[in-house]
Every structure is written in structure tokens, then in C-alpha cells.
Write a protein that binds this ligand. Structure first.
Ligand code: HEM
Length: 415
């Protein structure tokens, strides 16, 4: 069409080469920055639904700063609204408004204090080292399943105190929950909705059990802090704990995994950037990890709903209208990024919205994600400095998550 990108066509969207996707969003930003689209195909499709795609960075800031007008409480992830039975599982803070959101965020922030992150640093370093130890002699592996996916999954489980014997279960269930639009992750003979409900139900049960165990016997994990802490009389109920865990498993695993996987793909495509990074690992790592998040934009969009009639950048909006904030597009907005299609490991400043816009839902795990990426890339660049993809990434069939399912890589031990 006129815009070069059809946001109602899931298969067209996810299968298009990335430069084509970038060109399509560039056209939208220029000609129709708040544009209306019918709902894409989905298990929850509402035939009368539709949404406004917000593609410029300034407009995403405007929406993020006004959560009373552009709320998260009427759905914030998939474009169609989820059926009622999902809300129990996905009724997490990412889809809440104040005052409930503020209360949840106050409580769970205790799990993400600088002190707790410092405690986790050793775990992150040890896990990253072990991941490289396990593949280093083979010379090749699947960078997604054997490298990128293992670190964040282990760290979320460690953070919450999930026993090692359950880590594989958590990993598989999280794949189903987030990758459910992709046939690879839906078990044979099950429909998508049942598969999601079953996987999420298993995760919830695991966390209710763990919460009960910690309520009886305090340890120093985050689950203990959330079920036992009595700060201003606030603690999480078992259901709140379960939904927070599902949120962490989904929001903390897949995103970081995809950031690491795309980072390896970007290093393969840009030997000059690898050389610059290798040349000054300490100096470049902080800007490089944010540049990977910008270019990859693992969360392609998040949704908001208008709580009243309003307007955005001249486009009139009605109460109930849905917006999709395309972080992937805003991160390529030439009004804010010099030469946006260039991958530049030293880009600074880098005002990307890969972790969300400046508002109450800004990623709770941003510091942890940066720490995980920094440690993992330092480990990879020092020990497997030539690690490179040997085939194109197998991408996740999704419009929401910029996912990589498999990425074959080869390397020689070097450090
Ligand atoms: C929220 C991206 C890693 C936990 C968000 C949002 C984005 C995002 C875009 C904003 C949602 C919105 O606008 O409504 C990412 C990316 C990551 C990452 C790209 C990795 C590169 C993590 C990690 C954790 C985490 C490691 C925790 C272990 C959360 C939580 C929220 C959130 C709990 C909800 C915050 C709220 O609603 O108040 N993330 N995230 N994320 N993220 Fe992350």
C-alpha cells in the first residue's frame, strides 16, 4: 500500500526483511505518524477492532507521560483484548493503572534494589562463564538455545529462588506463553489458547507453592521479600505473587534472550563494530548494549487505551480507542537518532525507548538486563572473539516480540 507496511497482516509483518520493515515504518512516521489499522489476525481477534499505530518518538513520550489519558489497564500487550479467563494470569502490573499499579510497583521494587542487583552480579558472572564453558570446545552451537536463552532464564529463577530442577519447566512454559503465535511452541494437538492457559497455570502453581514455602521459611530470595516484607502493611497475595512471577518469566527472559541473540547477529553483520568493541571492551560495552536494545527493540510495541476523547499530534482520538506504541519504529526516528539505520556500538547519546517510554511502566528490569548483556558480551568477546552466525536467524512469528528462535553460530576459542 501507500505506506509500504501492513500492520494488519501478521505474516506479512514478521516475514518481511527487516530493511523493508524499517522502510515501512519510516513512511508511516513521515506521512501518517498516528495511523489507523484494522486488527491483525490473532487468536483473540475482534473483527470490529482496530488500533492507532504511534510511530514517532515524541508522540510515544507524550503518551507515556500521560497515563491518566492513555491507560494500560484495558490491555497493554496483544492488540486485541484478551478473553476474561486470561486476565487472571496476565493481570500483572504491566496491565494495571494507579493506584493498583503504584502499590504493586512499590512492593516488587524491593526485589530490584541496587543491593540485590549487586548480590546477583556473582550469579550472572558465574552463569555466563558456565554457558561459554559448555560450548567452547565444540566450535559451533545454537546461540539462542545454548547461549542467549540460558542466562536470563537462570537469573530470573535465581532471583525468585526457583529450584534448579524446575528451571527447564520454567523455560519451556515461558516459550509457550510468549511465543504462542508460533507453531513451534504450541504442543501438537492443542489449540493456542489452551496451550497458553496450561503453561501459565503451571507457572502460577509453581509460584504459589514457592510463596507458601517461603512464607513458612524465610530465605534471602526475592520471593521471601515479597511474601514476608511488611512495609506499610504491604505484601503480595499468593495470586499477585503468581502473576508477578509470570510477568518476570515472560518480560525478563524472552526480551533479554532476544537482545543477546540479535547482538550476535549484528556483530556478524558489522565486522567494523566488532573490531571497535574488541578494541576497548570496558569502554564500549555500556553504549554497545544500549545500541543493541535500540536496534533490536525486542518489544516491538506496547498498547494503551484512551480513557477519554483526546488528540495526539493532531489526530483526534475517542474514549476507548487503542494505541500501539511502536518502540521499534521510535528507535529509528531520524528526529532523535543520527543515521538511525547505522549500528554504532559507541552511539551516545542514545535516547531509545527499547525499555519503554518515560512513564510509570518503564522497564523494572532495565538495570538487570543491561548487567546481564554486559557480562554475557564481555565473556563472549574475550573468550570467543570471532563468534559469528553461519545462517540467518530463525525469527519468531510475532508482531509483538522481535524474537529469534535459533541462530547457528561458529567460533574459535581465543582468550
Ligand atoms: C516493562 C522491555 C528486560 C521486567 C518493560 C517495558 C518494556 C520492556 C518495553 C515497558 C512496558 C510498557 O511500556 O507498558 C524490556 C527489554 C528487556 C527487558 C527490551 C531486555 C533487553 C527485563 C528484565 C526484567 C524485566 C530482565 C526482570 C527480570 C519488567 C517488568 C515490567 C517491564 C516487571 C513491567 C513494569 C511496570 O509495568 O511497571 N520491559 N525488558 N524486563 N519489564 Fe522489561
Amino acid at each position: 500500500g501507500v505506506t509500504g507496511i501492513d500492520l494488519s497482516d501478521l505474516d506479512g509483518f514478521w516475514a518481511a526483511p527487516l530493511p523493508e520493515r524499517a522502510a515501512g515504518f519510516a513512511a508511516l512516521r513521515e506521512r501518517d505518524p498516528v495511523s489507523y489499522h484494522p486488527e491483525p489476525e490473532s487468536p483473540f481477534r475482534d473483527p470490529d477492532g482496530g488500533f492507532y499505530a504511534v510511530t514517532r518518538l515524541d508522540d510515544i513520550h507524550e503518551v507515556s507521560r500521560h497515563p491518566q489519558v492513555f491507560c494500560s489497564g484495558k490491555g497493554s500487550t496483544s492488540i486485541p483484548d484478551m478473553p476474561a479467563e486470561f486476565v487472571e494470569f496476565f493481570g500483572s502490573m504491566i496491565g494495571m493503572d494507579d493506584p493498583r499499579h503504584a502499590r504493586m510497583r512499590r512492593i516488587v521494587s524491593r526485589g530490584f534494589t541496587p543491593r540485590r542487583l549487586a548480590q546477583l552480579t556473582d550469579d550472572v558472572a558465574t552463569t555466563a562463564r558456565r554457558i561459554v564453558d559448555d560450548v567452547i570446545d565444540r566450535g559451533e552451537c545454537d546461540a539462542v538455545t545454548e547461549i542467549a536463552a540460558r542466562l536470563p532464564m537462570t537469573i530470573v529463577c535465581e532471583l525468585m529462588g526457583v529450584p534448579a530442577s524446575q528451571h527447564d519447566f520454567v523455560f519451556d512454559a515461558s516459550n509457550v506463553v510468549l511465543g504462542a503465535g508460533d507453531p513451534e511452541y504450541v504442543p501438537e494437538g492443542t489449540d493456542t489458547v489452551t496451550a497458553i492457559l496450561t503453561a501459565a497455570g503451571g507457572l502460577a502453581e509453581l509460584m504459589r507453592d514457592l510463596g507458601a514455602a517461603r512464607a513458612a521459611n524465610l530465605t534471602d530470595d526475592v520471593t521471601s521479600a515479597l511474601v514476608n516484607a511488611e512495609i506499610d502493611g504491604e505484601r503480595l497475595t499468593p495470586d499477585e505473587l503468581a502473576s508477578f512471577f509470570i510477568l518476570l518469566v515472560v518480560a525478563g527472559n524472552e526480551t533479554t534472550r532476544n537482545a543477546i541473540s540479535w547482538g550476535l547477529q549484528l556483530l556478524t553483520e558489522h565486522p567494523d563494530q566488532r573490531a571497535a568493541w574488541l578494541d576497548d571492551i570496558d569502554g564500549v560495552t555500556p553504549t554497545a548494549v544500549d545500541e543493541i536494545v535500540r536496534v533490536a527493540s525486542p518489544v516491538i510495541f506496547m498498547r494503551r487505551t484512551c480513557t477519554r476523547d483526546t488528540e495526539l499530534n493532531g489526530t483526534p482520538l475517542r474514549e476507548g480507542d487503542k494505541l500501539a506504541l511502536f518502540y521499534w519504529s521510535a528507535n529509528r526516528d531520524p528526529a532523535h537518532f543520527v543515521d538511525p539505520e547505522r549500528f554504532d556500538v559507541r552511539r551516545d547519546p542514545n535516547p531509545h525507548v527499547g525499555f519503554g517510554g518515560p512513564g510509570p511502566h518503564f522497564c523494572l528490569g532495565a538495570h538487570l538486563a543491561r548487567r546481564e548483556m554486559s557480562v554475557m558480551f564481555r565473556e563472549l568477546l574475550t573468550r570467543l572473539p570471532d563468534i559469528h552466525a553461519t545462517a540467518p536467524p530463525h525469527r519468531l512469528r510475532s508482531m509483538f516480540i522481535n524474537g529469534v528462535k535459533h541462530l547457528p553460530v561458529a567460533f574459535t576459542a581465543g582468550g
